[in-house]
Design a protein around this ligand. Sequence first.
Ligand code: NAP
Length: 291
Amino acid sequence: MSMPEGTGSVAVVTGGTSGIGRLLARDLAADGMTVAVVGRSETRGAALVSDTEGLEGAIRFHRTDLSTRNAVRSLARELLTTYDRIDVLVHNAGCSSSRRVETEDGFELTLAVNHLAPYLLTHELLDRLVASAPARIVVTASGIHTRASLEFDDLGCEREYDALDAYARSKLANIAFTVELADRLPTESGVTANCVHPGFIPSTNLFRDSSLRTRLLIRAAALVPGVGTTEREGAERLRSLVMDPMYGDRTGEYVTGDGPTAPSAEATDPAVREMLWNVSADLVGVDPDWP
Ligand SMILES: NC(=O)c1ccc[n+]([C@@H]2O[C@H](COP(=O)([O-])OP(=O)(O)OC[C@H]3O[C@@H](n4cnc5c(N)ncnc54)[C@H](OP(=O)(O)O)[C@@H]3O)[C@@H](O)[C@H]2O)c1
């Protein structure tokens, strides 16, 4: 498999309105791609679209709140109508919430946005990716997944809610999903799926809804020399999964600053991956027997 060409290719980047996703969207557009940015903020979306300086390609904005299944399905329809090819799908949108919030669908918000939305959007767009192959799916995970366990009897954290645990669990789900997807995708599909830990990047907006205590902890951790990563470095890690020829061939990898790295044992456990796949299919209302 080769890499997606810059010029003429289409990349969908969720969470492209802020932080590392915003930088990635601009980088890919600078490489000549048409980048479909997905996010909620109309203001930030419009600012991205209007700032065309240095871009060989273009950025388009698709305003969507990814927290509900209807919104994800309607986004998928919009993308399929607007773009006759999709070469790259980057699931980068992510959130962390200080208190337990339920979405309109009745799911815990962090799980819904960080895991269920990528699951459903991939399901809806996969045929177009295969038709555009070689194509890549990239998921922004996190090293924090190592502190989590997928408790299938309480995926929505109803028993007890801790913001960091809920976030870490959703990031573990990101990796288990990516590894399972890569396993299920036949080589002939020409589509690879990899995920990345972008580093600890205290400067983004990720923790804007976190408690004061968490925000103070993050600010303190950021002061420890060598702990934090810049948004530019984080975006470069994502970009390498999109553009580096290596990830046109390798699939199912979890990539950190040290390159392909072993995630926690739970993330690659076949039984956990299959269970997550089936539970997710049930929650978003699709047949689990895909791709
Ligand atoms: N920062 C870190 O230390 C760190 C570490 C490891 C992994 N990550 C991961 O990196 C990714 C990017 O985060 P970031 O640090 O760059 O944070 P960020 O600046 O807050 O960016 C998050 C992006 O996700 C979008 N988003 C959040 N909730 C959404 C929703 N309901 N519907 C649609 N879009 C939504 C935001 O869009 P709007 O602003 O337009 O709503 C924004 O574009 C996340 O997946 C995060 O988990 C971050």
